[in-house]
Design a protein around this ligand. Structure first.
Ligand SMILES: [Fe+2]
Ligand SMILES: [Fe+2]
Length: 182
């Protein structure tokens, strides 16, 4: 019995390491870009920055895909997850042009992401549909469904200061070339 527990723990550790490596590898161009670095200034939920929230969503989306044994386009899943909240302002600060943030920020994130990066159809769908069901048009691909679910899960972890994958987020950032010598 003890052996089974050890094996299952080992599998979990390997899966987490795989997710960390893949998010860093496919995400580093976005994570190291100047405009994405700006997300570090903005809080998302609790004391978690929008940048760290996005990294956590990419990490959990990939873990979820693996746990459910779903075949996904991993690169698009990670890139779309990293850019899903790319609205680039602090939504806690009242601003007359940014009312109803919850309803409008997915479209704004897509506009910004299309301006700054070359996106494929899945990445666009992930970003613009991630607020389903608040935005009532459902996701069109399984990658978007995974990000939508991981985003809600992360928001709950952040709001209640429990379960946020701080060590994985730290390790993903450390593996990115822009942080190698930091
Ligand atoms: Fe969002
Ligand atoms: Fe989010």
């Amino acid at each position: 019995m003890a052996t089974i527990t050890t094996e299952s723990e080992q599998k979990k550790r390997l899966l987490r390491k795989y997710a960390v490596c893949l998010v860093a590898a496919h995400g580093q161009a976005i994570l190291c870009s100047r405009s994405m670095q700006a997300e570090k200034q903005f809080f998302q939920h609790g004391r978690i920055s929008c940048y760290d929230h996005s990294v956590a969503v990419a990490y959990f989306s990939l873990l979820l895909a693996k746990k459910l044994h779903l075949r996904v386009d991993e690169k698009s899943l990670i890139r779309g997850a990293l850019l899903h909240d790319y609205f680039l302002y602090d939504w806690h600060i009242p601003h007359p042009g940014r009312r109803l943030h919850g309803l409008h920020h997915a479209k704004l994130a897509l506009q910004n992401a299309e301006r700054d990066y070359t996106l494929n159809a899945k990445e666009r769908d992930i970003i613009v549909r991630h607020m389903f069901p608040l935005n009532p048009i459902p996701p069109r691909c399984r990658e978007s469904v995974l990000v939508t679910a991981a985003d809600k899960f992360c928001a709950i972890c952040e709001a209640f200061s429990a379960g946020f994958p701080a060590a994985a987020v730290h390790e993903i950032k450390r593996r990115c070339s822009c942080n190698k010598n930091a």
